[in-house]
Ligand binder design. Structure first.
Ligand code: PLP
Length: 411
C-alpha cells in the first residue's frame, strides 16, 4: 500500500507506530478546491481553515502558502499561527469565553477579526480596545436558529445554545447600541456556524438566508462568515457533497438574495476544518495480540482512544484495512480495540478484515480531523509522530513524544 507514492511499510520502518500520516497532495487538492470554487464577481470571498481540526506548524504553512485564511479558537492556536508568521490580517478569532488575556494577546497582535460571541465579551473588548487605543475589527456570532447534525437539520430555534446571539433579543439590541456609541469597535458583520459533519446543503442555505435577512438593517456592505461543518466520507454510509457544489450553491444563494433585495455584501467567508484535513489523514497501527470471546473477535492495536477519541466519545465510525492484505478476502468480523484501560477504548466494531497475524499493520482511514488535535496522554501514552507525504517523499511534521517530555513539567 502506498500513500502519495510512499510505501506505508517503509513509513512504519522509519517512524514506528502508532503514526499519523497526512497526504499533502490531498490536502492541497482540498484547499484549492474550495479556493477555486468559492468565488464571486459581486463580492469578495475568503476561505478559512478551521485549525482546531488539526493545528500544527506545517499544516498552517501549507494553508498559508495556498492562500487560505485561518480560524483559531484559543491563544494556543493563535500562538501556533503566529509562530509561522501566518498573515495576521487573515486570522479570525472565535470562542464563547475568550479570556481577557486571550483578547489582549489578539488585539496586541493586530489579528484581522475577532468573532464576538456574546454581549459581555463585546463590553470586554471595548474596554481593552479603549485602554490600548486601538480599533478592533469584529463580527458578531449569531444564533440563526438552524442546528444541523450529520443527516438531520432542524430550523426550530435552538434558543439555548451556548454560542451566539439571537437576533430577536435584548442582547442584540444592546450590542448595536454599544457599537454605535464606541469609537473603538469596528463592526464588520456577522458569523454563524451551525454544526459539523453536515450533508444537507439546505441547512447551510437556511443559515445563509437568515444572515442575509439581517444585512437589510445596515446601510453599508457587511462581511458574512458561514462557518464550517461540511461532511466527509468516513464510511460508505457517508455521502458528502463535493466542495465545488457546496461552494457554488452558497455563492449563488448569496448572489440571488443580493439581487432580489438590492443589497450589497463586502465579503462572504466559509471556514471548513474537517473537510480540509479528514480524508487526507490516516493512522497506522501495529496489531499485537488477538483473542476470541464467545461473541467477538478482537484485534488489539498499539494505539487507541489516546490518538483517536472520536469512537469512544460519540460512536464515530471508521473504515480500515490490513496493510498488504487489502485485496485478500475479508473473512473475519473484528473489533479493533486499543491498549487503554477502558472497555470503551474501541476504534472500530464489526470491521470486515482478512485474518491477521501479530505484527501486521492496520491502517484507519479519514483520521485527519479531530484525531491528533484531540489526542491525550491517558495511561501516559506518548503522542504519536505525524508524518507528511507528498509526491513520493516523506518528512516529519511532529516527532513522537519522548518519555522525558512526558514528565518534564512535573515537579
Ligand atoms: C469547529 C468550527 C468550524 C469547523 O467545523 P468543521 O466541522 O471542522 O468544518 C468552523 N467554524 C467554527 C466557529 C467552529 O467552531
Amino acid at each position: 500500500m502506498k500513500i502519495s507514492n510512499v510505501s506505508v511499510k517503509a513509513l512504519k520502518e522509519k517512524y514506528g507506530t502508532p503514526l499519523y500520516i497526512y497526504d499533502v497532495n490531498h490536502l492541497k487538492k482540498n484547499m484549492e478546491g474550495y479556493l477555486k470554487n468559492f468565488k464571486s464577481l459581486e463580492f469578495k470571498t475568503e476561505v478559512l481553515y478551521a485549525s482546531k481540526a488539526f493545528s500544527c506548524k506545517e499544516i498552517l504553512r501549507i494553508a498559508k502558502n495556498e492562500g487560505m485564511s485561518l480560524d483559531v479558537v484559543s491563544k494556543g492556536e493563535l500562538y501556533t499561527a503566529l509562530s509561522i508568521d501566518f498573515p495576521k490580517d487573515r486570522i479570525y478569532f472565535h470562542g464563547n469565553n475568550k479570556t481577557v488575556d486571550e483578547l489582549s494577546y489578539a488585539i496586541d497582535n493586530n489579528i484581522g477579526m475577532i468573532v464576538v460571541d456574546n454581549l459581555m465579551e463585546l463590553y470586554e473588548i471595548e474596554e481593552i480596545a479603549k485602554e490600548k487605543e486601538k480599533k478592533v475589527n469584529f463580527l458578531i456570532r449569531m444564533n440563526v436558529g438552524v442546528e444541523a447534525h450529520t443527516h438531520k437539520f432542524i430550523v426550530t430555534s435552538h434558543v439555548d445554545s451556548k454560542f451566539g446571539v439571537l437576533y430577536d433579543s435584548c442582547d442584540y439590541k444592546e450590542m448595536m447600541e454599544v457599537i454605535k456609541n464606541s469609537s473603538y469597535l469596528n463592526f464588520k458583520g456577522f458569523h454563524s456556524h451551525i454544526g459539523s459533519q453536515i450533508f444537507d446543503l439546505d441547512a447551510f442555505k437556511a443559515a445563509l438566508e437568515k444572515l442575509l435577512n439581517i444585512v437589510k438593517d445596515f446601510d453599508f456592505p457587511l462581511v458574512l462568515n458561514l462557518g464550517g461543518g461540511f461532511g466527509v466520507h468516513y464510511t460508505n454510509d457517508d455521502k458528502p457533497i463535493p466542495f465545488d457544489i457546496v461552494s457554488r450553491t452558497l455563492i449563488e444563494t448569496a448572489e440571488a438574495a443580493l439581487k432580489k433585495n438590492n443589497i450589497k455584501l463586502e465579503k462572504l467567508c466559509i471556514e471548513p476544518g474537517r473537510s480540509i484535513v479528514a480524508e487526507a489523514g490516516y493512522t497506522l497501527y501495529t496489531i499485537g495480540y488477538m483473542k476470541k470471546t464467545p461473541n467477538k473477535q478482537y484485534y488489539f492495536i498499539d494505539g487507541g482512544m489516546t490518538d483517536n477519541i472520536r469512537p469512544a466519545l460519540y460512536q464515530a465510525k471508521y473504515d480500515c484495512d490490513i496493510v498488504g492484505k487489502e485485496n485478500q478476502e475479508k473473512t473475519e468480523v473484528v473489533t479493533i480495540a486499543g491498549k487503554c484501560c477502558e472497555s470503551g477504548d474501541l476504534i472500530i466494531e464489526g470491521a470486515h478484515l482478512p485474518k491477521a497475524e501479530k505484527g501486521d499493520l492496520l491502517i484507519t482511514y479519514t483520521t485527519g480531523a479531530y484525531g491528533y488535535s484531540m489526542s491525550s496522554n491517558y495511561n501516559k501514552a506518548l503522542t504519536p509522530a505525524v508524518v507528511f507525504v507528498e509526491d513520493g517523499k516523506d518528512y516529519l511534521a511532529i516527532r513522537r513524544q519522548t518519555l522525558d517530555e512526558l514528565i518534564e513539567r512535573e515537579v
